[in-house]
Ligand binder design. Sequence first.
Ligand SMILES: Nc1ncnc2c1ncn2[C@@H]1O[C@H](COP(=O)(O)OP(=O)(O)OP(=O)(O)O)[C@@H](O)[C@H]1O
Length: 892
Amino acid sequence: MEEMKTPISCPKTVTVRRNPYRKARETPSSTVPFPLPLSSPSVPPDIPKFPIQDILSVDLPENRRANEPDPPSSSLSPKIPELENLKVFLRIRPLTLPKSAQKPSKNGGDEVKNAWPKHPKTKNLLKKRVKKVSEVCVTVNDSHSVTVSTPNSLQESKRVKSEVYQGFSHVFSDESSQAEVYEKLVHPLVEDFLRGKSGMLAALGPTGSGKTHTVFGCIREPGMVPLALRHIFAQEESNGNQVSRTFYLSMFEISSEKGKSERIFDLLQEAGELYLQQSAIKGLQEVIINDALQAESLVAHGMLRRATAATNSNSQSSRSQCIINICCMPKKIDGEFDNESKSSSLTIVDLAGAEREKKTGNKGLRMLQSNFINNTSMVFGLCLRSLLEHQKNPKKPLQKHFQNSLLTRYLREYLEGKKRMALVLTLRPGEEDYLETSNLLRQASPYAQIKFKSVEEPDKTKCTKRPIQILPRADLKRMKFSSVQAYSINETTDHGDQPQIKEKDVNGNLTEILVESEACVGCEANEGIYIKGGPIQLEKRNREHHIMVNFAKALWNVLKQYKEKLEMAENEICCLRDNLTCEKKRSSDLENEVRDLKSKSSFPDVASVEVGSSFVVATCIGTNSFEVQNYQKDENWYAHSIAENSQDSKDVQAVDMHHKNGAIGVWTASHSGGNERCEAAGPGEHLQDLKDSEKDYSSVSNATNVTDTKNVERDDRRMENEGTDSESATSRSPSYVKTREVRVQLEEEEPAISAATIPDSVVSFSLSPITASGDNFSAVKIDQLSHEKKLDPSVTVRPSEDALPTQNSGDCTDPNIVCSIAACNSQNTEKPKRRLLPASSILLKDIGSLAVEEEIDKPKGARGDKRVAVEMRNKSKGSISLLRLLRNDLHL
Ligand SMILES: Nc1ncnc2c1ncn2[C@@H]1O[C@H](COP(=O)(O)OP(=O)(O)OP(=O)(O)O)[C@@H](O)[C@H]1O
């Protein structure tokens, strides 16, 4: 507060003290310059200096005109193309016409129209033409510019009193003759035409301004067309080239009847209406012209056909757009075109003049025609303006105004700046024509800024159509791929910035085609490839072409590889199919062989086991099916009972039987031809040891025919007899059977379980000592297991209490064979097709233990019932009844 009150003296240096206190830095002026470290991180190393000197040393181009577009940068186009400005000529018609040229109109003709108030300014400027000055609004400044003065009557509504239009190629005053106009306007075009450059001249202007007079002229003052024809043929005659070239003349008009659709008519012949196809008139007659006189007469003939009508502005006003084409085609010498001469065309267009309704006073049909004429003129102007704007600012697209009229469609290439063109503006200088004149000059004078390239046109006779070669189909397909590749675009500097399309022909020669920068060039190759656009677009397209070609190549290679793989896979499939067929055939052959062998085999797989006083015989009748028989030993044979074959079994059963004297016999039952044959084998070789693994039964006794095996089955006694009888048999079968027997030691000497081997398998037998019914007779075929395991040679088998299931196990005498006797369950095994009665021996064994009477005399009551129930559970009804029977029979 004290400081605020005391006056503050202004110090030289002010120190601002902050909280917290900081030491003030010394002022830079008082300090020694502090050298920055060389490797200061804040300073980026090696920053290039700004090349100001280089920039300044560049030579600046000379000042260009304001209306000239900026030159393209050197990087984009190394060489500035030779551009030509559109030549715009201006011709001023005489204000007054000679009396011979004047044809009175209804309203008094030109004299009436030119009775406009005089312009005082022009009067002062052109003193020599006092009469005209008072009437004209257009004055020629020099050969390139004119001044248009506003009439006094319009000065109040107009801001400017005069307008200067410049930039014309030449301004022809009203005193200019046709020859003078021709010399400057058409002569260069004709010269170019004769050199092979096409060109077009169009006359624009309001009605009655002298377009037709300029183009066609009259007898005394021939116009541009007759003069051009004379020039052409004079040139030909002077050069002596009449033979080398042919000139064609065509002339047609585009008109609109009743203001509706546009129509094209040939003016050289009565051909009716013609049609425009793209840029060509279909059906247009092109007359060969041999001399100027003939040509002029043709033109005069066409002019007579042209639609004209008298209007207030013109007694012979054109009501159509008239187009004349003079074509030059080199003649064929010995079927070949002359190399030096080129084809070209010269087009001269006489447009119908724009009309103002107020001035012409057109009504009805005339007014409709006037609308059509004005519309065509407007479209023509729009096309040129769009071209100009597009050239000034390439970002602006080139509008397609040409589509709006037949004339502009026909002249499309010219109106898009692709071909050389010249315009001649005709006007009437009278003050009364001020508006038309002013409008025309305002609109058309900027067209002089339109540029087009002076290019040598491709010779139509050489490059437009190539001969189509008839190639094989495969070659054509290949060409579809290779034709794109055949084009290579090379932007060389030989032709400025015009890209060069090098086209490889069939012979491999490169032919160069120039493509205009803003041009649209169609290259008709065999595949009809069309290249459009400027150099940048062409480059882009070229890149796209290359990409597509590479893509197509890669795709083609991939497809080829897939095709090869597919073919290989198909071949493999074929091989596999063949192999499969072979294997199937082999398998079927093997099956047949096995079947044959089986059928040929005399003996099926048979195994027998001695169980107590009985033999149990198992015969393999299927894959897992056995037929089990048991039979008792008699005094002679251990086995002398055999069951019948099942009807399905076609095999032969054989049972090895053991004679009391140690002989081995085979009991066989064969089936052949529907008759079953039972063969009783006689004593064969004496085999002392039944435990031998293999016994060959080479001797078989004579056979006894058995017609009905069932009889055999039903009559055991008969079977036994037959078996006995077989002992004396002498005939022997060459068949034999191989069996292996596995003895199983049974606990408690109850031969309930045994097993035997048959070839490649093990059969186990289960005989229940408790239940003597046939249901508990079972045999299971157990396939040989792998040889890796061995069982204990001494196997003890303990039958289960209820005998179901019964566990069997056995060992194999052959050490190479490892056998395993698996669980044997009568329910699991396939039941034999025919059940046999239980062995009587077993029953007999049980007879003693069974108390049949007890059963009868069983105590009644609950305990007695239980006991009976337990016993009855162990013994079936059949066994009980059988036991009873046997007891009765045996008197036990
Ligand atoms: N330079 C000229 N010298 C002499 N006479 C001329 C000249 N220009 C035009 N004329 C005459 O003016 C009249 C009208 O000219 P012209 O028919 O050529 O006009 P135009 O522009 O074709 O009119 P439109 O568009 O109606 O057909 C004609 O009689 C023609 O002879």
